[in-house]
Design a protein around this ligand. Structure first.
Ligand SMILES: NC(=O)C1=CN([C@@H]2O[C@H](COP(=O)(O)OP(=O)(O)OC[C@H]3O[C@@H](n4cnc5c(N)ncnc54)[C@H](O)[C@@H]3O)[C@@H](O)[C@H]2O)[C@@H](O)CC1
Ligand SMILES: Nc1ncnc2c1ncn2[C@@H]1O[C@H](COP(=O)(O)OP(=O)(O)O)[C@@H](O)[C@H]1O
Ligand SMILES: [K+]
Length: 497
């Protein structure tokens, strides 16, 4: 299962230490990193000129190796130090001295104003970010921060490669890289969300052929197509709609009408045999015309929801609650009753707003928050910098969590978090999350276990977005089109079985 294991920074740093204990010198490791990165660089169609931005630690040391090896291959190379040369120490200092024996200009950035920095950056095709690696503490400061801003300002028209991790990946402004060559192991800060977006395409530079067992237990697993194929519901040739699974959807309000329709569409397009939409008349009035396959249940108030839940419980195994429900007292009452559903439930949108109130604590449920919703559930703590921590905290409290965004995360109580590496900005359109929650609810109703249903739903939703982006462009896709793509994506996955 899952071919790409991701590790906390500390585990990869411990690997470095173990390799050194086993007799490989730190200098040799630095050489291996530099060599691996240069091999990668030489495979790219580049104009053979590089500016290496180097920091005072070992990340800078990797940069010095890269500078030397590129120079040896006839590249035009300049090294720009964020610090006084005398501050480089240990293996980095050794490599800086070796560089001094070659005709490579090594200059300090401090005396250069923004214009001079811009000129220097613009006169090289490749910019190598070797400012901060896994030893970074907090947001970039001082000269490092100034250099990062300059790289980002000048990055159009040039190529930016980050060594190990993009500087600033864990706080403040980070280098926006085209490639990140990460050494020894895949590192969590660039696995998902903001860090992953900064990293661009990530390439692993192996440190040693015996490294894998030394890294220990992975902290996250990136799913591959063959993993999610195993999550597909077991369909049968003699299936009838009752066996496909039914979803009761409590969604929509006078103010937000489309969300409920999109959630129901997502559920039916993901294969639900029954979608019952309990909503306000304003939503149900258009249901017959826009989605005649769904069943309408007028929902005035909390008492009505109790009756509807009792009526449909035998045919709907899953409750989906929250899309476009609004944040008024009516919605609160509905969530209170919804939390008493005695089967699997999935909470999204405004349902998440009310979740956690004293009388709205479902025993175990699924959540599909985006970062804003996760922050609110966590009492304002932003999950942007540590999405893993946020997803794990929510899973401990509620059960199963899909933390949405670029390379969404799935966390559960008893499993290593999963990374779903599918989906792109095509999906950042209104209603896209409603389609996703409908799809996940349908998969739950088909009997797929919670975390697998969330991961499979996010995977299919992501692939649908990518396909639409390829065919029609990444801007201006409508959420219902994402839903309508789901059958083809499921067919592909099923066909590959
Ligand atoms: N033996 C090893 O440990 C190996 C380390 N390697 C490289 O070494 C890196 C880790 O090296 P280090 O532990 O020296 O750490 P870094 O090089 O990541 O950073 C440490 C330096 O950055 C400064 N710094 C830290 N936080 C800062 C901030 N927020 N703003 C401005 N300056 C800041 C520190 O004062 C120090 O000078 C890895 O990412 C990898 O690139 C590789 O060469 C492989 C072998
Ligand atoms: N840049 C992106 N890359 C990958 N997926 C994205 C991106 N932007 C948005 N998405 C996905 O689109 C969906 C948006 O959901 P959400 O923000 O809840 O939208 P809405 O509230 O409008 O329904 C999520 O599944 C999210 O993961
Ligand atoms: K870096």
């Amino acid at each position: 299962m899952a071919v790409i294991p991701w590790y906390a920074n500390e585990k990869v740093r411990a690997l470095d230490a173990r390799l050194i204990e086993s007799g490989v010198s730190g200098l040799e490791l630095m050489e291996r990193v530099g060599r691996g990165i240069v091999d990668f660089i030489l495979k790219q169609p580049l104009a053979r000129s590089a500016l290496i931005l180097a920091g005072a630690g070992s990340n800078g040391g990797d940069g010095f190796v890269i500078a030397r090896l590129l120079m040896e291959r006839g590249w035009k190379v300049t090294v720009l130090l964020s610090h006084a040369a005398s501050r480089s120490q240990g293996d980095a200092a050794v490599n800086l001295t070796r560089l001094g024996e070659m005709p490579v200009p090594v200059v300090e950035s401090r005396d250069r104003d923004e214009t001079a920095l811009t000129e220097l950056l613009n006169s090289h095709d490749l910019v190598v970010d070797a400012l901060l690696g896994t030893g970074a503490a907090g947001a970039p400061r001082g000269e490092t921060a100034r250099l990062i801003a300059a790289v980002n300002r000048c990055r159009f028209g040039r190529h930016v490669l980050a060594v190990d991790v993009p500087s600033g990946a864990e706080g403040g402004e980070g280098v926006e890289a085209q490639w990140t060559c990460t050494a020894g192991g895949w590192k969590l800060p660039i696995a998902t969300g903001h860090g992953a977006a900064l990293a661009g395409e990530t390439v692993l530079i192996p440190l040693d052929e015996n490294a894998a067992p030394l890294l220990g237990v992975p902290d996250a697993l990136e799913l591959e197509e063959r993993d999610v194929r195993n999550f597909l519901p077991r369909r049968r040739i003699d299936d009838h709609k009752g066996r496909r699974g039914g979803v009761l959807i409590v969604a929509g309000s006078k103010r937000y009408r489309g969300a409920a329709l999109l959630a129901a569409r997502g559920a039916l397009r993901a294969g639900a045999g029954l979608a019952v939409l309990a909503s306000v008349p304003e939503v149900l009035d258009v249901l017959a015309a826009s989605l005649p396959e769904a069943i309408a249940e007028p929902l005035e108030d909390a008492a009505a929801l109790e009756r509807i839940m009792a009526k449909w419980r035998s045919r709907c195994s899953v409750l989906l609650i929250g899309s476009g429900l609004d944040r008024d007292s009516r919605a609160r009452g509905l969530c209170r009753i919804g939390s008493q559903w005695d089967g699997p439930s999935l909470w999204d949108g405004d349902g998440l707003y009310w979740l956690g109130e004293d009388d709205i604590k479902p025993v175990r449920c699924c959540l599909t928050p985006h970062e804003g919703e996760a922050a609110a559930l966590l009492g304002g703590r932003s999950p942007v910098r540590d999405r893993f921590e946020a997803a794990a905290a929510l899973a401990r409290q509620y059960g199963s969590v899909l933390l949405k965004g670029y390379r969404s995360l799935v966390a559960g109580l008893e499993q290593t978090p999963w990374i779903v590496p599918r989906g792109d900005r095509t999906l950042s359109v209104p209603g896209s999350g409603d389609v996703l929650s409908g799809a996940c609810a349908a998969l739950l109703a088909a009997g797929v276990p919670a975390e697998k249903a969330l991961a499979l739903g996010a995977w299919c939703h992501g692939v649908s977005g990518e396909a639409l982006g390829r065919m029609q462009g990444q801007d201006g896709i409508l959420a219902h089109e994402v839903a309508d793509c789901l059958p083809a994506v499921l067919k592909e996955l099923n066909g590959a079985c």
